[in-house]
Design a protein around this ligand. Structure first.
Ligand SMILES: [Zn+2]
Length: 392
């Protein structure tokens, strides 16, 4: 059973409906569960997934061994911000972002419904993920992209050889138009951001986080709202099942250049409004009208969460700081660390708190050729010994 997060209207899970008639997202009904011992996160937390997923053997064709990513305590950054900071390293997923967790669950749903073609509306991480898992499943895949997409963005998607359709028209509307197609015809299934079965996959992040740390704060880069919703749903289900005593304070962070959720939150509004002219280096989280935005606001309200934005300068600085701990992430993934300075200074996060942030995707996805060339030294091979003696 699927239920609207806002008005409570119920829908059958036998169709690929993802949005309620009221315009708000649907979510899979919660059933309390127990943790099993051993196996992957999908096995240990099997109880927490909907029936149609429990009946699917998760070791079969659908998986590429997504999830089970490292939770890394970072000492230097902990010292800088006077907190115990952990990074959940999602860059090591099969297509180098957290999206794979939601793709595998949404494709299980798609194949249960008998879909022959899997589609998505995305120009980035989700497109690559859906194309990769579509291949794994043996389905036809179609990726809808805007007409003005750059070749650089298409390259990773094209590697998996899906049908790529450049669509003229409003790209925001395409999200909804494609879901209509999917709702009317079971042969095609659109796995778009914020869909209820993606949320089920993103719950595994909450499960792993709680197994490996005891955070006071969970900082989540926020775009469509899907990741935020998934982590919160996982935490809430653990609490309702008596496994987790207290839900950590959720922190939603957006890039200042496209921050419709933060604007609504700070203005005390219950509904987000479209952000005109997004402009940020953190392109992976630049969604001008996040379909899960209102739900993020509700969840922040219910759980006394925090919501803040960071500038591109802060994001780039944080990306370097994260790299100095050994992880090269994309700019969008650095917003959690970027937000820490202000959150500590204004007292929102107290000294000594345990904090985890999700490093959502790899920096290799956003190579821009903009590194500091001054840092590259040139020497002749005959000077190598001399150089070393000078260095040491
Ligand atoms: Zn509704």
């Amino acid at each position: 059973m699927l239920r609207c997060v806002a008005c409570g209207k119920e829908y059958s899970s036998k169709k690929s409906r993802q949005i309620c008639r009221c315009g708000e997202p649907l979510e899979v009904e919660h059933i309390p569960g127990k943790i099993a011992s051993g196996g992957t996160v999908w096995k240990r937390f099997r109880d927490f997934f909907p029936q149609e997923m429990k009946e699917t053997d998760l070791r079969d064709l659908h998986t590429l061994s997504e999830g089970e990513t490292p939770t890394i305590k970072v000492d230097e950054l902990s010292e800088i911000y006077d907190v115990d900071l952990y990074l959940k390293n999602e860059t090591v997923n099969p297509t180098w972002s957290f999206k794979d967790r939601g793709t595998v669950t949404s494709l299980i749903h798609a194949s249960r419904l008998g879909a022959k073609t899997i589609g998505t509306v995305s120009t980035g991480n989700m497109a690559s993920s859906v194309a990769a898992y579509g291949n794994r499943l043996g389905s036809k895949t179609v990726v809808l992209v805007p007409e003005d997409i750059s070749d650089r963005k298409l390259e990773q998607i094209a590697a998996y050889d899906p049908l790529i359709l450049k669509v003229a028209g409003d790209y925001g509307d395409l999200f909804y138009e494609s879901l209509e197609l999917s709702a009317d015809d079971p042969e095609i299934y659109f796995s778009n951001s914020n869909s209820p079965y993606r949320i089920e996959g993103y719950k595994t992040l909450a499960f792993e986080i709680i197994e490996e740390s005891s955070p006071d704060f969970v900082i989540i880069p926020t775009s469509s709202g899907g990741l935020f919703r998934g982590v919160m749903k996982g935490l809430i289900e653990l609490k309702k099942s008596g496994i987790l005593d207290k839900i950590p304070t959720p922190v939603s962070v957006q890039a200042a250049g496209c921050s419709p959720i933060v604007r609504a939150y700070q203005g005390g509004k219950k509904k987000i409004e479209r952000w005109s002219e997004p402009g940020t280096e953190a392109g992976a989280i630049a969604n001008p009208l996040p379909p899960g935005g209102n739900e993020v606001l509700r969840k922040l309200d219910e759980h006394d969460g925090l919501c803040t934005k960071v500038s591109d300068e802060e994001i780039m600085d944080a990306q370097n700081k994260i790299a100095s701990e050994g992880i090269f992430c994309q700019p969008a993934s650095a917003v959690g660390v970027a937000a820490l300075k202000d959150l500590r200074e204004n007292g929102s996060i107290e000294k000594g708190s345990e904090v985890i942030t999700i490093i959502t995707g790899s920096g290799l996805k956003n190579l821009r050729g903009k590194f500091d060339r001054q840092r590259v030294k040139h020497i002749d091979i005959s000077e190598l010994k001399e150089w070393y003696e000078e260095e040491s």
